[in-house]
Design a protein around this ligand. Structure first.
Ligand code: ACO
Length: 402
């Protein structure tokens, strides 16, 4: 092993940084995070202001093109996205190939990747126009695919998009309408859904975004790259945390059982972690968690379920953890996933859909990062190095002599 290390030494500067805790893989002008201050900016705009004053589609425009749209630009963008919400009818057969009880995220990794086969006229990454069409197609169609994955999982017929509704309201319609009864979209619930999308729209070089960039660095087509992002997002340490978090809150069940779970989270011999707590970059409150907490309370009161036991457990768990020395020392605060599950559950989504909704929202972030990378004249194929610690060179032994 030492011989090989000295070989590396000859090749010049070499950094070993598992988990990329201090290695920048790119430069980017899209999203800024100050983890110590708990600050998140999209193209320079604080997330709190966007959450309060903007809407998801406007945020999509901002992330994609760098500036907030004028009224005319917004109208054009909205019409463009709306025009692309339908998916190819043949896609229905593709869905039918999955087991009916398949996890919707498993279905999503398949159907998003399959878009390359359905829309191969927008897979040439060297053509800026095709890149643009692929981007719009994904922002418009991934919510439709997500709603189809949901409908398929519960055995209901697919619901076609309605172009008179806004992005979030249309998504709720596709998920909750049934042929016999159109879902009545409450504008306040649609607003909460839109807010969840806005808060999840981008988060610089997280694992799924880095996966998209690494996949895209080989000039793979955009649909394949976004499918890779969806697959990575599914992990419980990343986008799967909102599902895991709600399951945990339900498992805790009542406020009196919280100390037992806090003790487990602190026990190094127990693999249990407090889901929705801690973040690689935020060593302070995740600013999205604060907005999410307020929204959770609002949505539950609109739905008349303020006394929801899961919300009570979440609030009390947060209070106890924030006063506990273990969490203080490690700077562990609630992250975006801590309250999002409570809201989605109240709206009526099963936990298996939580990460799917995250994927819908994050699509624009992945695409913006992918487009930025493809347009970068310095672009290089991503090729991490390794620190080899295996056997040194040795001679092959025929099987009879082993
Ligand atoms: N519960 C209990 N202890 C924790 C938690 C937690 N949720 N998170 C971190 N710790 C502890 C670790 O055990 C470690 O303790 P030690 O120093 O005594 O060994 C210390 O805090 C640092 O933890 P790391 O795992 O080194 O921190 P890292 O930055 O690698 O991990 C992560 C970040 C993966 C998010 C982690 O905090 C975690 O697993 N959280 C729960 C899952 C979760 O909520 N993920 C969502 C992330 S946000 C998102 O993807 C949108």
């Amino acid at each position: 092993v030492m011989d090989i290390r000295s070989l590396y030494a000859k090749t010049g500067l070499f950094t070993y940084d598992p988990g990329f805790t201090s290695t920048a893989a790119c430069d980017s002008a899209i999203t800024f995070i100050d983890g110590d201050k708990g600050e998140l900016l999209y193209r320079g705009y604080p997330i709190e202001q966007l959450a309060d004053k903007s809407n998801y589609l406007e945020v999509c425009y901002l992330l994609l093109y760098g500036e907030l749209p004028t009224p005319a630009q917004f109208k054009e963008f909205e019409q463009l996205v709306t025009r692309h919400t339908m998916v190819h009818e043949q896609m229905h057969y593709f869905f039918r190939g999955f087991r009916r009880d398949a996890h919707p995220m498993a279905v999503m990794t398949g159907v998003v990747g399959a878009m390359a086969a359905f829309y191969h006229d927008s897979t040439d990454i060297n053509d800026p126009q095709q890149r643009e069409i692929a981007s719009i197609r994904m922002i418009a169609k991934i919510p439709t695919l997500a709603a189809m994955a949901y409908k398929y999982s519960i055995g209901q017929p697919f619901v076609y998009p309605r172009n008179d509704l806004d992005y979030a309201a249309n998504f709720l319609h596709m998920c909750f309408s049934v042929p016999a009864e159109e879902y009545k979209v409450d504008p306040k619930i649609a607003r909460a859904m839109d807010l969840i999308f806005t808060l999840h729209a981008d988060h610089e070089q997280n694992a799924s975004t880095s996966t998209v960039r690494l996949s895209g660095s080989s000039d793979a087509n955009p649909f394949a790259c976004i499918a890779a992002g969806v697959a990575c997002l599914w992990g419980p340490a990343h986008g799967g945390a909102n599902e895991a978090c709600l399951n945990m809150l339900r498992q805790i069940g009542t406020v009196d059982r919280i100390p037992e779970f806090i003790a487990r989270a602190k026990d190094k011999n127990d693999p249990f972690r407090l889901m929705g707590f801690g973040h690689r970059v935020y060593k302070n409150f995740d600013p999205r968690a604060k907005v999410m907490q307020a929204t959770a309370k609002e949505v539950l009161s609109i739905l008349g379920v303020e006394n929801n036991p899961t919300l009570q457990v979440a609030q009390e768990l947060e209070r106890i953890a924030l006063e506990d020395q273990y969490f203080i020392d490690r700077k562990l605060y609630p992250n975006v996933d801590f309250y999002s599950g409570v809201i989605l559950d109240a709206i009526g989504f099963p936990t298996s859909m939580f990460t799917v909704l995250f994927a819908v929202a994050r699509t624009v972030g992945w695409i913006s990062q992918w487009k930025e990378m493809i347009g970068d004249p310095q672009k290089k194929i991503g090729r991490p190095r390794q620190l080899y610690n295996g056997a040194t060179a040795r001679d092959y032994q025929p099987i009879t002599q082993r």
